[in-house]
Design a protein around this ligand. Structure first.
Ligand code: URA
Length: 244
């Protein structure tokens, strides 16, 4: 048991043995053991390393799985949508495990999205202190100069946030159409961060794609396609996050 991980009742419900409400009742009734001890408190968090027994039956652990999806535009980075719109999980019909996206891309943003059923791995990668590189390619309205783009590395105010980029490069400009292509690397992952930063600077985003998450890029995939991450890639991502 730890401060990280998932709530016990959620883990029991997710394993499919019962609903979350019934899982809570089983805990209150003293029918749940974690690592051999009966647990009757509700706030407890568990990880994949904990042995959970419900009513004398050990909870079967899902095999951890890790995927890379080339998220298309027009899809929600979520497990389900109240309004019935397409969600990223719809691409994984043949995957049995209960996977979820590690962080989010906006509805209109395409590119690298990692998914897993391993909550510890997701938390590790998403922790702001772990500063994983996220590289975006933005097509914007207008033609910024280098001085303006340098402001993004100093930090730019938007609502109550100061939003910072780690690196910014002007890749190309189209003087006829008055548009530019900008590469922008973030460590943070605040809501609509790239769009807000460039909007504040006066160059609204026309199109946005996440090109890379740490060393994971989109090579070999078309929009809407996915592949499993290799064990080596998973270990490398974990190692990078732990080192940072
Ligand atoms: N920044 C954005 O503005 N949108 C995304 O989807 C990701 C980063």
């Amino acid at each position: 048991m730890t401060n990280n991980g998932e709530r016990l009742q959620k883990v029991i419900a997710q394993s499919g043995v019962t609903s979350r409400r019934k899982a809570e009742q089983l805990i209150l009734d003293g029918k749940v053991k974690v690592n051999g001890e009966t647990v009757q408190e509700m706030g407890i968090k568990v990880t994949a390393n904990d042995e959970i027994v419900v009513d004398g039956v050990p909870l079967e652990k899902e095999t951890p799985v890790y995927f890379l999806l080339y998220k298309p535009r027009g899809v929600i980075s979520s497990v389900k949508d109240d309004k019935g719109r397409k969600v990223v999980i719809d691409y994984f019909n043949t995957v049995e495990q209960r996977i979820f996206p590690i962080g989010r891309l906006d509805y209109d943003t395409s590119g690298v999205l990692l998914l897993t059923n391993d909550g510890d791995f997701a938390n590790l990668l998403m922790h702001p202190r772990h500063e994983m590189d996220k590289v975006y390619i933005a097509k914007v309205k207008g033609i910024p100069n280098k001085k303006e783009l340098a402001l993004l590395q100093k930090g730019i105010r938007s609502d109550k946030d100061v939003l910072k980029a780690v690196q910014v490069n002007l890749l190309s400009t189209d003087h006829q159409k008055k548009t530019s292509i900008i590469e922008i690397t973030l460590h943070e992952g605040k809501n609509r961060q790239v769009r807000r930063m460039l909007e504040e600077l006066g160059y609204p985003v026309i199109k946005l794609k996440r090109e890379r998450y740490d060393f994971i890029g989109l090579e070999g995939l078309n929009a809407g396609e996915y592949r499993a991450l290799t064990p080596k890639e998973v270990n490398q991502l974990r190692a990078h996050a732990q080192k940072l």
